[in-house]
Design a protein around this ligand. Structure first.
Ligand code: SAH
Ligand code: SF4
Length: 402
């Protein structure tokens, strides 16, 4: 880990190959009205038709036009001729011993010999079910402790592919009105399986701002999926110029991957820090639209043994965040084959956590979930570059012995 290396961008974005028949999933109301226009719906009817389609697509979760009873037969046929309601296809599922599910999702319309795939993780609890969604295939950033950053293939997801992950997850969990829930594994007790969304899968969401924004505005729309913006958290490694826009244009909760309290170390761990150093990042947080004690920013801090986990670091962390309405999330490092770091010892995490706790932050350690299936933070890397069976077994063995 020399300071000299670590380029910020590692590959140009791959071109998006549009499917021949586009999916209506992911279109905003205005785009949906245009699509209806192209299917011959006269202008004065479009608003009403958009309302109807919105309900079938996002409230009921329909995957075909056939059963949309409020839509005339002719219009259903005209729509089916031109469009689909396709979302990503779940091509593999792994269920962890703790109920965490990891899905490999193939993106719609991908017909190349190396189809683009992303991973999406569902983390159920008794009261809530959190879905961890990807914003890019791979990531152009190269944080030294993150597995996703080692993936070469990179492209931005479309809004439809982002919200499509939420819809595919709900399909799989029977989480639409009248749906049937899976009997294997854990699901929350309430009336919804997916209650929270975190943009913490593959990719840097603020390098794909418009698509992420459009998708999240659809996810939170009250006439459709209707997950409140307070239950949606976007995590960024610190793309400062777009942080203000998250508050102003999306209005969801913000998480910032801080991981270090000094620029020299953060430059190594999160190379984007060379462009947007800690002071600038924290200024953007102080000015985050809507930030308050009721709407705090979460600071994520990965615990790396002997690297950033000293008591002095913990004290510096609470000093640094003074005055910012903040939550602190200490994340035990999740090892992956080839990673050069180790997770801090549990004792050290507890000592670090005590300093943070004494400064007034509640329960700051995030327990890793789904380690046995490589679904925890920073371990996502789609099968485009699959682990060997031996690597998987080694990892599982590691998880067992902890
Ligand atoms: N690109 C965004 C969101 C995806 S990463 C970001 O960096 O914030 C989601 C979170 O997992 C980030 O806080 C990231 O720093 C953390 N993470 C990455 N690799 C990890 C690992 N191996 N162990 C624990 N956390 C990790
Ligand atoms: Fe990308 Fe986030 Fe991983 Fe850094 S931690 S490489 S920004 S996904």
């Amino acid at each position: 880990m020399s300071l000299a290396a670590a380029p910020i961008e590692k590959a140009p974005l791959e071109r998006y190959i549009a499917p021949t028949k586009p999916s209506l999933v992911g279109l905003t109301r205005a785009q949906l009205a245009d699509a209806l226009g192209s299917a011959g719906v006269p202008e004065q009817q479009r608003k009403m038709r958009v309302q109807q389609l919105w309900h079938w697509i996002y409230f009921r979760g329909f995957t075909s036009f056939d059963a949309m009873t409020s839509v005339s037969k002719d219009l259903r046929a005209a729509l089916a001729e031109r469009f689909t309601l396709e979302r990503p296809d779940v091509v593999a599922e792994q269920v962890s011993v703790d109920g965490t599910r990891k899905w490999l999702m193939r993106l719609p319309g991908e017909t190349t010999d190396r189809p683009h795939e992303v991973e999406c993780v569902y983390i159920p609890d008794t009261e809530r079910g959190t879905l961890c969604v990807s914003s890019q295939v791979g990531c152009t950033l190269t944080c030294s402790f993150c597995h996703t950053g080692t993936q070469r293939l990179v492209r931005n997801l479309t809004a439809g592919e982002i919200i499509g992950q939420v819809m595919a997850a709900r399909d799989r969990l029977g989480d639409w009105p009248g749906g049937v829930r899976p009997t294997d594994g854990v699901v929350p007790t309430g009336d919804r399986c997916v209650t929270n969304i975190v943009l913490m899968g593959m990719g840097e969401p603020l390098y794909n701002f418009e698509a992420v924004r459009d998708a999240l505005l659809i996810v939170s729309d009250g006439d459709g999926i209707g997950i409140s913006k307070r239950r949606i958290t976007l995590s960024t490694s610190g793309v400062v110029p777009n942080i203000e826009r998250v508050g102003a244009e999306i209005g969801c909760m913000l998480a910032v991957s801080l991981h270090a309290v000094r620029d020299d170390l953060r430059n190594e761990l999160v190379p984007l820090n060379r462009k947007y150093p800690i002071a600038h990042l924290l200024d953007a947080c102080r000015n985050y639209p809507g930030v308050s004690n009721a709407k705090r920013i979460t600071f994520e801090y990965v615990m790396l043994k002997g690297v950033n986990d000293s008591i002095a670091d913990a004290k510096a962390l609470v000093r640094l965040l003074k005055g910012i309405p903040a939550k602190i999330n200490l994340i035990p490092f999740n090892p992956w084959p080839g990673s050069t770091y180790e997770c801090s010892d549990w004792e050290q995490i507890e000592k670090f956590s005590q300093v943070v706790f004494d400064a007034g932050y509640a329960s700051p350690v995030r327990t890793p979930r789904g380690r046995d299936i490589l679904a925890a933070c920073g371990q996502l890397k789609s099968a485009t570059e699959k682990l060997s069976v031996r690597e998987r077994m080694a990892l599982r063995a590691m998880a067992m012995t902890e």
